[in-house]
Design a binder for this molecule. Sequence first.
Ligand code: AMP
Length: 259
Amino acid sequence: MPETARQLGRLVVSENRHSYTSKIETTQTVAVKPDLFRILLLGAPGVGKGTQAKELECLLGIPSISTGNLLRAHVGQRTSLGRVAEGIMGRGELVPDPLLYQIVAERLQERDTAGGFILDGFPRTLNQAVWLEDRLATLGNESPTIALRLRMGYKQLLRRVTGRRNCPVCQSIYNIFVNPPKRDGLCEKDGSALVQRTDDTVSIFENRMRAYSELTAPIVEHYRRLGRFADVDGDRPIEVITAGIAVAIANLRQCSRRL
Ligand code: AMP
């Protein structure tokens, strides 16, 4: 029997010792096991990693950690790290690995990650993936990390990126084309004026896509080889994608128990 149940749109996932079933239905319950969740969300810029990370945060009760948001906070606070990262991010290139190791290591020390976490935007290079495995091993967590890639076609990604608007206060993400706020330009949660990221432009998007194809896509093979990888179609309504992710997580966890 399921051990815990949480609300999620229209998804039902149920697991027990001997069998696994999942389906999308009209009820409002998803059952999840209370073991450690360590989830990596991979995917091209604009595919919806941030939105799904927030959905999973509510669903699983673990924090989502966006390295993009951590870096933007450093930039906003004018820290030395932020001053180095600012120009690189503005060009849509990847910030050097050692800076990422610093901010991710710090964040993973925080107590709220003890029950698991969702990493959004990290790892982005194979070196980062290897570093993360080592780091987690030193923290003493034994449950395997699983990687999920959201997928979407190029034209749709471009539309998503150029339509994206963010709340600078609570970090909620909207899209003027596919997920507009109820009141034009204002966050539904706290009423703040939404902003467009400076790297969400057509020309910077192309740089980011190049970095993604060259450096991030190879990570997929790394996790695939380990049997800890699944693709999820990202071109669907938000709650349907979340349901697809939850099913993929349950499947991978089931498989990893057999390893
Ligand atoms: P994001 O908000 O995930 O789209 O990230 C915005 C920008 O932050 C990226 O275009 C990179 O410049 C930088 N960034 C975020 N995460 C990483 C990472 N794991 N490695 C290198 N650069 C990163």
